[in-house]
Design a protein around this ligand. Sequence first.
Ligand code: CA
Ligand code: CA
Length: 270
Amino acid sequence: MFYLQRVITLAACCLLVLQVSPKLQAQTACIGSYTLNVTVNNCSPGELVKVKMYLQGKYSAASGQMQVTSQFLNIIPLSQPYNGAPWNYTGTESIATRPAQLIDWVLVQVFNPGSQSLVETKAALLLNNGNVVDALWVTDNTISGVYFSNITANSPYYIAVRHRNHLAVFGQNTVVLPNTASYDFSNSANVLGGSGQLASFPGSVFALLAGDYDSNGIISVTDYNGYSAQSSQFNQYLDSDFNLDYANTVADFNLYQPNASKIGVPQIRY
Ligand SMILES: [Ca+2]
Ligand SMILES: [Ca+2]
């Protein structure tokens, strides 16, 4: 005889735990037939969106990568920093530790392919190789993109990427998501407005333009005023720190100055 008294407990997201108490016991050669009803909640983290991007303030053509110092790494906030104006993004993305490959937090946004209205925003981690990954990557570095939970799989969307003091860019083409190959914003052909919206590096590599202190999508005297107001400050997470070296110096002005008067495409302007 078999005793099967307690059946299933679903203990956590996507984790099926079978609890049988007391233990299944075979006392004789009896044959029994039992039906188990199992409910599995679909709590997938979402569809993976893969993008690649570089920041002018940190990209090195010599290495083909970006790299921040440990001084800067240690001032990167553990929670996403885009909760204030102009983004007012209320996501709760956070990390417990700062991986050595981390450059900074960025925002990734997906837009409706027809109306170009915003569908969803996620804060994510920009890595030194240009890949943008989910905050979950810190504990699972097999995650190769950013999870979005409000998109319809196998459907096309536009993608935009933002950084708190670089000029945001919007995709030239729609992308069917989830995508296998990263949508590469270091290729000017993939950026709405083309090379005029980007900083050019040797080897036909492009990066987001440094200098948009207030992230409104226009690099103007307002951004200079922001830079000036933080003059000589250091060891802080400064929006005027365009080269991400943890200090406001003339090097940041030198990044801003040639980019002054650059205007982002309407889709990314605030
Ligand atoms: Ca600005
Ligand atoms: Ca700096």
